[in-house]
Write a protein of this length. Sequence first.
Length: 268
Amino acid sequence: MKLSFRKLSLRFILRIFFAALFLIPLVWIMMASLRPQGTPLSASFGFTDGISLQNFSRMWNLVPMGKYTWNSLLVVGLALPLTLITSSWAGFSISQLSLRSQRRWVLLSLAVLMVPSIALWSSRFILYKALGWHNTIWALIAPAWMGTSPFYILMFYRAFKRIPSEIYASARLDGAGVLTIWWQIALPLVRPTAIGVGILSFIVYWGDFISPLLYLQSEEKYTLAIALQLLEQMGRSDWSLLMSAALYMSAIPIILFLFVQPFLNTSD
């Protein structure tokens, strides 16, 4: 009994320790965003120069944060469900193949995963230009049609692979089709994986800076990542303003994670 209590105590202490490691930078950004305009950053935690909320109002006055926030939410709102659908379809399809075919597609996914994203910039630009997607939101969500990343496909493949084949066989005997098995049987059983992929894809599209920079020309279509760059260009040493924008941009992903975190406690 004592040994079990010690294990639980040690586990709790380790959780607090690692949580603090991730929270310290966030707390530091929050405190830096509250420093008055023109004050330098401090390596210590404290408000020796006072507290000011002026940086948040300045941020909204300098750039159209509301418009850029809406553009980012629109990109995420379109790209996230597309990513979940296409990557789960691909992962489910691979899991239903023979073992030899599964190995072949897994190796191909790993090979594609090792291709650096910088190698795709020029080819994507030419393709989007030919399709008429340049300077449109479709250029930002185009990767979602292919699952965004082979990593997400492999995550779904591993999750679907762990489901006993007898469940699939029973569903087929009952007359269920492929889409019915995927939607009503397989996908509910891998809910934590789907939530994890959703969070990862949300962060990818929410913080994407390169795609809007390369494929957008109109300022009205810029996203929040571009807004941070614009603020940085206006004042490279205005750290309190930059930290306010960084805190604002980080708030929504953090709120999303806190909201879905209870659903991640169950295993596949």
